[in-house]
Design a binder for this molecule. Structure first.
Ligand code: NAD
Length: 398
């Protein structure tokens, strides 16, 4: 079936995905590299548990200052940093929250008090360069709007820090390449915040695919959507790059690449109708796309900002199906297989796992599996999806 025959956004697309065996949920989702740090001299690290606390006890503070942990600076204290990353840092083995970067002075006392952050470890976006003189900070975690990622990553690299950057890496190939080049020039490491690549149930789906438990893969259907308000930076092209594909559709794209361990060779895409023109003046409201992979695998994905829903994927192989639903919630995914078995490995904190993995990559001088190059690949594919949606023609990928 050609993409044009089924890409009609809204109810029609949900019906299509259901009809074709997909089970997309309609439920809402709810500079030294470290050589100067003592932990490197200590050799292999012991696994140190760190209790989750919202207000640090003195014992926890002592552990928090453990020199064997990498000091993280969070850049941008919005929803993700506040609700997920700072709490997750308290659960990591190899990381600690050492510093903050914010443009909102009223947030400073709250964060200082909650996480015992010293005055000297508080920065704003214009003073990030001064981090070069601060040995408390090893890693800068960039959590600002998409189109500011390159600017903040490059500032951190120039200050001699490793960088973990939220997805999408940035909004153009040129800026992503500048990020890779800046971090390389500083002899630091770069990783992108693809939390699902650390989730045991996503990894299990990848194993089912690579071990060919149900035979060769034939199709993958994936979707992730969420509603947004008209006041968010997400509706401004200058800050967001574009719409839901850059924000949440990227998870569906990641599923296709990560689960199949293949790279797409062609994309075909179509924008859905704009039903809220006042809100979606600058970015798309919805998009559906198909990708062709080597070996005949075809994938069908959708994303939108209209409503909560589409938080799942289904993989179809020669002798059965498997997938996750919900797939993309924070720290929780589960699913089923067509042979009746469940995919329900114990949940982990995906963000803590992602940060610990990066810390271990830095300590062991090993390239992250969620490297800058991995982030750049997604940006190239997303730009090809937009090109196809605009031209109405398939776009080949190199
Ligand atoms: P948010 O709006 O809640 O926070 C953004 C922060 O950036 C705010 O503190 C804001 O003050 C700051 N900021 C700095 N310069 C700004 C500017 N010029 N305009 C607007 N804000 C500015 O957004 P968020 O949901 O925390 O998203 C931040 C990044 O994290 C985005 O790149 C997003 O894609 C990513 N994200 C990832 C996940 C995930 O699951 N990995 C989840 C949510 C967001």
């Amino acid at each position: 079936m050609s993409i044009n025959t089924h890409i009609t956004m809204g109810v029609a697309s949900q019906k299509y995905l259901h009809r074709t065996g997909g089970w997309l949920s309609l439920n809402p989702m709810n500079s030294s590299p470290v050589p100067r740090r003592n932990f490197i001299r200590c050799g292999a690290l012991a696994a140190i548990g760190f209790p989750f606390v919202t207000s640090l006890t003195s014992a926890a503070r002592a552990e928090e200052n453990d020199p064997r942990k990498l000091g993280f600076a969070l850049v941008g204290l919005g929803g993700l940093s506040t609700g997920q990353l700072a709490p997750a840092l308290q659960k990591t083995k190899y990381c600690r929250l050492a510093a903050i970067v914010t443009g909102t002075p009223s947030k400073i006392p709250v964060w200082k008090d909650r996480y015992q952050i010293a005055d000297k470890n508080v920065y704003n976006y214009d003073t990030m360069e001064k981090m070069a003189d601060n040995p408390d900070i090893d890693v800068v975690y960039v959590v600002t709007p998409n189109a500011l990622h390159a600017e903040h990553t490059i500032k951190a690299a120039k200050a001699g820090k490793h960088v973990l950057c939220e997805k999408p890496m940035d909004v153009s190939v040129e800026k992503c390449q500048q990020m890779i080049d800046a971090v390389k020039k500083a002899d630091r490491m770069l990783a992108i915040g693809y939390r699902c690549q650390f989730d045991p149930n996503h990894l299990e789906c990848r194993r089912l695919a690579t071990d060919k438990v149900f035979g060769e893969l034939t199709t993958i259907e994936a979707g992730f959507s969420r509603p947004i308000t008209a006041t968010e930076w997400r509706v401004k092209k200058e800050l967001a790059g574009d719409g839901p594909l850059m924000d949440v559709g990227i998870y569906a794209l990641q599923t296709c690449r990560f689960t199949s361990t293949r790279e797409p060779i062609e994309v075909t895409a179509k924008f859905g109708p704009v039903t809220e023109p006042d809100k979606f003046k600058e970015v798309e409201q919805s998009v559906e796309w198909e990708m062709t992979f080597p070996g005949g695998l075809r994938t069908k994905c959708q994303t939108n900002y209209e409503r909560a829903g589409g938080n799942a994927f289904t993989v179809t192989a020669e002798r059965g199906t498997f997938g996750l639903n919900p797939a993309y919630n924070y720290n929780f995914a589960r699913g089923t297989r067509s042979d009746g078995q469940s995919i329900n490995l114990p949940a982990i904190n995906q963000f803590a796992a992602e940060m610990d993995d990066f810390a271990q990559c830095i300590m062991n001088k090993k390239t992250s599996k969620v490297s800058g190059e991995e982030g750049l690949r997604d940006v190239k594919i997303m730009l090809a999806i937009y090109e196809s949606a605009r031209s109405g023609k398939p776009v080949k990928l190199a």
